[in-house]
Design a protein around this ligand. Structure first.
Ligand code: IMP
Length: 202
């Protein structure tokens, strides 16, 4: 069976990726970082999602010798000139504290009227093979920032984000509903056939 490492330490994100990828790439065994020998995860030092996704995938290949898939994602808020962007996970500090990030975002947008609360979740998936082959694919979910947190599902900024065409937050959607419209779902569904083809040739 072909094995591929998903280079994410975020358990909820890993579960989302597995759920979408496994049916799309038949016969693939998807390993998480907990399933491989521990290695020092690289710092995400690039200013772009693509740069950081590639850093993570290349490090996983170097450490495991297996093909690897990594994503980098974040929330780009128009009224904040596209921030938090690549800083989404640590917007309120290095602790990667979702509750603190959400509080800070709400405070920053307190005076921003509804029509200017537009935002987009962005995701770049990077697949790297041990022979150096690299494939990248992006996905987006446009929407708006709500005025208070809603829902218990999802993770990160989901309770504060309503996708275009929805009156509920992405934390109020079922997993399947979120996968169908999410930035990560779109990027993953677009890259999956290319990953399957690259795995067949390896
Ligand atoms: P990454 O793990 O470096 O890609 O950081 C992604 C960060 O962006 C997460 O910690 C969240 O703060 C935010 N984020 C990315 N995708 C989502 C999503 O689907 N829902 C909510 N927050 C997200």
């Amino acid at each position: 069976m072909t094995r591929v490492v998903l280079a994410s330490g975020n358990a909820k994100k890993l579960a989302e990726l597995r759920r979408i990828l496994e049916p799309l790439v038949p016969g693939v065994e998807v390993l998480g970082l907990r399933d491989v020998e521990p290695y020092d995860e690289p710092a995400e030092t690039e200013p772009t999602f693509e740069g950081n996704a590639l850093i993570k995938a290349r490090a996983a290949v170097a450490a495991t010798g297996l093909p690897a898939l990594a994503d980098d994602s974040g929330l780009c808020v128009d009224a904040l000139n596209g921030m938090p962007g690549v800083l989404s996970a640590r917007w309120a500090g290095v602790a990667k504290d979702d509750a603190a990030n959400n509080r800070l975002l709400l405070a920053q947008l307190a005076d921003v009227p509804d029509e200017r609360r537009t935002a987009t979740f962005r995701c770049v998936m990077a697949f790297v093979r041990p022979d150096g082959t690299e494939i990248v694919q992006s996905g987006e979910m446009p929407g708006r920032i709500l005025r208070d947190e809603r829902g218990e599902g999802g993770f990160g900024y989901d309770p504060l984000f309503a996708a275009d065409g929805y009156d509920v937050s992405t934390a109020e959607l079922s997993r399947e509903e979120k996968d169908a419209i999410s930035h990560r779902g779109k990027a993953l569904r677009a890259i999956a056939p290319r990953v399957a083809e690259a795995l067949r040739r390896s």
